[in-house]
Design a protein around this ligand. Structure first.
Ligand SMILES: Nc1ncnc2c1ncn2[C@@H]1O[C@H](COP(=O)(O)OP(=O)(O)OP(=O)(O)O)[C@@H](O)[C@H]1O
Length: 686
């Protein structure tokens, strides 16, 4: 007998009180030990073949589906609601795709259902009804997993009811239809059918909603974290790159909230299942690494062997530790020490014809990043990513400055981050082994050149699938773009794009997407098509508020915070985000005036995080893009790239919000807001 549980069960579980959840878990453990459920009081649900209820307490019932070989824990609720739920369900393999589905019985048309649920709302229904699926054939609908019973109802559905389909249809069908409703093509969503005779529960679409219980420990771990659906139910597009045997470095990308971090976590845990593996799961900052470590702990609670094979660290921390072990503790040079050295060199008359801003960038992006140690190296290095061409004389003059900087740092015993990576890279080149067989990198769009070179060396030295990256080019906020392939990180043919957004409501995602193009290509020409991304839930439209002064902005944010608090959103489930340190006081003042302990963060700090509600403040004309950053661009040809990273920052900030987003600033406001509001300003639109 096999025991499984469904995502409908874990979702239902988290709606119960803590005490009720405890009782349900005890019943579920009993089932795991006695899969027939013989010890529980079982009652057949007459109207639904195969469905049974099992008594948890006087009032609570588990809904099970039993077919002799398998018991599925499908749902849990109070007595009457549990029966009602079961009476409206069928568990059947889809006739076309072969994936097992829990299909809801069609009782009313979608249109009617939506109407009854929305009748109390102020928004009037449009008079002319547009039915986005009316022309789709049976075959087209069946191919994407729409159950036959639902064909007519789907074709009758109007535009306003599209989001309701998510609650009514299997996910694969709902996602396809949502994309079609927003201009996508149904043929892009055809589900690969199962082989004849295959187990319907083994289909990738079935695995996103049903999970076989491998043991009581695994069940305990899953039920202790019923909020962590991501730990169990992966989308087929997420699962495929996790389990695949890659023949080289692979990269998974996708818009914000499409579960890239989740994929990185699962990939790392998957690799740690191999005997002898030593896996480094890494990202760019310590706080994000700590968040990854928490999630790894949750996923490996019942897998101590895998846990032991997995290390989670920020990339800098991992490199620092490796360096310290190989060469002793480094003394790190700060960027301001480097700037001071460059200024001193210029003051001493070196670097004629170049200004300090240009020289700092050249040092940072090229000389230091590539580990160039002498004039000959600088004369011949390909200036990848640098737009301005330099003649031999100009290079000579610039090198005089860099030689000065190198001497000064060396005299003081200081090393830069890039030097740390460069020495580790050389060491790998000399055949010294690394303590890791695999490295999984999240937020990979923000790798520096030196980091990418180091990782490329790991790729060359290790197994074919030693490297796995997740990231989003649209969220690159720290570095200017450069070619990965030229550094030896070639992900061509192994790049995957995720298209289902789990974090952000349809309305917020659609608004934020206006900041970016339909497709973003990296320096190697690998395109990431962002169009066709769908969100799995609906929410209020984001609000843009431009006002006269800071006081008015504060009032607007206070009102927004109070409204959210009144609706039961906790203070720590929201965040106030600003462009930089200089605007933090504005956000703090708003939090204080609202009397709410709301986290206040810069946009950079918010990277990788998520909140139910986000207010992005101080979106003023002279704040975003940051005028100091633009003024500091040494190479005028880099201006567009720097402007892009500022644009990405707003995209990152806006997409931290789950369902409430306020964008506030002082009139006339950041130029990027125009793109969000009217959706027309030179950028490709969705
Ligand atoms: N298969 C899944 N089932 C349920 N929830 C999921 C799934 N995949 C991701 N999520 C949830 O979606 C949210 C976003 O996921 P994640 O942080 O991995 O996205 P991301 O693509 O890395 O986002 P960003 O680019 O903004 O960092 C998280 O709350 C995560 O738990």
């Amino acid at each position: 007998m096999t025991l499984l549980y469904a995502s409908t069960f874990t979702k239902a579980l988290r709606r119960l009180t803590a005490n009720e959840q405890k009782q349900v878990k005890i019943a579920a453990f009993d089932l795991a030990q006695d899969e027939g459920g013989n010890g529980l009081q079982l009652h057949r649900v007459e109207a639904a073949p195969g469905f049974w209820t099992a008594r948890v307490s006087q009032d609570l019932r588990l809904v099970l589906h039993k077919d002799g070989a398998r018991t599925l824990i499908a749902y849990v609720d109070h007595h009457d609601a549990a029966y009602r739920w079961a009476e409206r369900r069928r568990l059947i393999p889809h006739e076309r795709t072969g994936a097992m589905q829990l299909v809801q019985v069609v009782e009313r048309t979608v249109e009617h259902l939506v109407y009854t649920e929305r009748v109390g709302e102020a928004a009037p229904r449009p008079t002319a009804t547009h039915r986005p699926f009316a022309k789709l054939s049976d075959d087209e609908l069946l191919n994407v997993g729409v159950p036959r019973d639902w064909l007519a109802a789907v074709r009758a559905a109007d535009e306003m009811s599209v989001d309701e389909l998510f609650d009514l249809l299997p996910d694969e069908a709902a996602e396809a239809l949502l994309d079609v409703a927003t201009g996508g093509r149904i043929e892009d969503h055809v589900v690969v059918p199962a082989a004849p005779g295959a187990d319907p529960f083994a289909h990738p679409d079935a695995q996103r909603r049903f999970r076989e219980v491998a043991g009581v420990e695994e069940l305990r771990a899953a039920l202790d974290a019923p909020f962590a659906e991501w730990a169990v139910f992966l989308h087929p597009a997420q699962r495929a790159p996790v389990t695949r045997d890659w023949r080289g470095p692979a990269r998974v990308s996708g818009s914000a909230g499409t579960g890239k971090t989740i994929v990185a976590l699962h990939r790392a845990v998957h690799l740690a299942g191999r005997a002898g593996a030593r896996v480094l799961l890494t990202t760019f900052s310590k706080p994000l690494a700590a968040a990854l470590a928490d999630k790894v702990a949750l996923m490996t609670e019942a897998l101590p062997e895998r846990r032991a094979r997995l290390t989670v660290r920020s990339l800098d921390q991992a490199a620092y530790d490796l360096y310290a072990e190989a060469f002793g503790q480094p003394s790190l040079a700060t960027p301001s020490q480097v700037r001071a050295a460059i200024t001193a060199a210029v003051a001493a008359g070196l670097g004629e014809g170049h200004d300090a801003a240009f020289l700092f960038e050249e040092w940072d992006e090229l000389v230091d990043a590539w580990g160039i140690v002498d004039a000959a190296g600088y004369a011949t290095v390909p200036r990848l990513g640098r737009k301005t061409r330099l003649g031999p004389r100009q290079r000579e003059r610039a090198w005089a400055v860099f030689a000065f900087v190198r001497d000064r740092l060396a005299q003081r015993g200081l090393v830069t981050w890039a030097e740390i990576y460069a020495r580790l890279t050389d060491r790998l080149g000399q055949g010294r082994p690394l303590p890791f067989t695999h490295v999984v990198v999240d937020e990979a769009q923000d790798l520096s050149v030196a980091q990418a070179r180091f990782l490329a060396a790991i790729g060359r030295a290790g197994e074919a699938d030693a490297l796995f990256f997740t990231g989003d080019l649209g969220q690159r906020i720290f570095h200017l773009p450069f070619s990965w392939a030229k550094l030896g990180l070639d992900v061509r043919g192994r790049a995957v794009v995720l298209k289902v957004c789990y974090r952000t409501s349809h309305q917020i995602r659609r608004t934020a997407d206006r900041l970016l193009g339909r497709e973003i290509a990296d320096q190697d020409g690998i395109g990431e098509v962002r169009a066709g991304t769908v969100s799995v839930f609906d929410g209020p439209e984001p609000q843009v508020t431009l006002v006269e002064d800071e006081a008015a902005e504060r009032d607007a944010v206070v009102a927004w915070l109070r409204a959210a608090l009144a609706e039961g959103v906790a203070a720590d489930e929201m965040a106030l985000l600003v462009r930089g340190q200089g605007q933090l006081s504005r956000a703090r003042a708003a939090a204080k005036a609202a009397g709410a302990d709301v986290p206040v963060l810069t946009m950079h700090e918010a990277k990788g995080l998520e909140f139910r509600g986000v207010a992005v403040m101080a979106l003023d004309e002279d704040v975003l893009p940051d005028p100091d950053r633009l003024a500091g661009v040494g190479d005028i040809a880099d201006l567009k790239a720097v402007q892009d990273t500022e644009r990405h920052l707003l995209y990152v900030a806006a997409t931290r919000a789950r369902d409430r987003l306020l964008l506030a600033g002082i009139r006339p406001g950041s130029e990027f807001l125009d793109d969000l509001v009217d959706g027309e300003s030179g950028q490709d639109r969705f």
